[in-house]
Design a protein around this ligand. Structure first.
Ligand code: FAD
Length: 303
């Protein structure tokens, strides 16, 4: 491991000052489960690492009438064990529960997952379908960016020199809301997603019509994708296999993957469609508060 200066910041202002002073050679540290591995392997090199975990604003979890305020460095473990978050934002737990194992989840954060900006990050599609907004602080003050606009390229984000992600804010869920995240990996755990899909829906009061929906895809483009067209196609449609099929077709078209050691273009596009249908079925099941899907996300065992 290379030598670096370690700054244990106690306030957002201290982080911003340390990052601005260090420029490109300074980097924030949340759980370190990406950053320290990258530095240890020599893939990244920084002169200064600024620890965020002692800053109250970045470790805060606040649930109220306006929704959820999740500090950027809150570990996945805390999200996993918060019953309110699980109930109100059901898909978040789908990803925080599968990022690494128990030890990694004790350190890894959703903020770090987002700022690392991997196209295959398991946390990001869920932030998108839950309409999360990134709260950013920097030398020029504070600003907000919708999570779907946060990642700009593999490993790159909208964050400018001196800026830090302070928190993720989620709107309060409306009635009959459900969400889910699914990924495909060649083994059962501890692997990078070949494709990941997040889906959220708001159903009519009788649970038979989709009033609105959001779909997001991971690992099929240089950044996680918000597929607005798929959500638009679902709005106003009955809950049916035909409706799911339309959304799956749009997801298939939106997916622009590469072929690599984990999967081919054809396989990834196919998976984007299949997982869209399955994630939708689970999201609908959760919105209805029923258990009509099987372990593959098949509605009443069909499809
Ligand atoms: C064994 C293992 C298994 C893993 N499995 C998965 C998996 O299944 N799915 C998955 O998606 N990932 C996985 N990961 C990767 C990693 O755990 C996640 O991406 C995690 O969410 C990163 O969070 P962190 O808090 O550790 O980030 P860090 O490593 O602290 O930071 C990641 C990047 O974001 C920057 N950063 C962090 N916080 C901020 C902030 N507040 N403001 C600005 N920049 C910031 C850092 O400078 C760094 O560049 C795994 C890692 C390990 C070691």
């Amino acid at each position: 491991m290379q030598a670096f200066d370690f700054v244990s910041a106690r306030s957002v202002d201290e982080v911003v000052a340390a990052l601005a002073a260090g420029g490109e050679r300074a980097r924030p540290l949340s759980g370190g489960t990406d950053l320290l591995a990258q530095m240890k392997e020599g893939r990244r090199s920084y002169a200064t690492v600024v620890d965020l975990k002692r800053i109250p604003a970045l470790m805060e979890v606040r649930i109220g009438d306006n929704g959820l305020w999740l500090g950027a460095s809150v570990p996945c473990h805390t999200v996993n064990n918060n019953a309110d978050i699980q109930k109100m934002y059901p898909a978040l737990h789908d990803s925080t529960g599968l990022i690494g194992g128990t030890q990694v989840q004790g350190r890894a954060s959703l903020g770090g997952n987002l700022c690392n900006a991997s196209p295959a990050a398991d946390g990001i599609p869920n932030l998108i379908v839950h309409s999360a907004v990134a709260h950013i602080a920097g030398p020029n003050g504070e600003r907000q960016v919708a999570v779907e606009d946060f990642c700009t390229a593999p490993g790159r984000t909208v964050l400018q020199n001196g800026e830090v992600l302070v928190a993720l804010e989620f709107p309060a869920p409306v009635k009959n809301f459900g969400a889910a995240y699914l990924r495909f990996i060649p083994r059962n755990e501890m692997d990078i997603a070949v494709v990941g899909v997040g889906a959220s829906v708001v159903l009519s009061s009788d649970g038979q019509t989709i009033e609105s929906a959001r779909i997001s895809l991971g690992a099929v483009a240089p950044t996680p994708l918000y597929v607005k067209a798929a959500g638009d196609a679902l709005a106003g449609q009955p809950v049916s296999e035909e409706t799911f099929e339309k959304a799956a077709q749009i997801a298939w078209e939106a997916a622009k993957p590469i072929s690599d050691m984990r999967g081919t273009i054809a396989q990834r596009k196919h998976l984007a469609g299949v997982l869209t249908k399955r994630a939708l079925r689970i999201a609908i099941d959760r919105a209805r508060g029923t258990k009509t899907v099987d372990s593959l996300g098949r509605l009443n065992g069909n499809g």
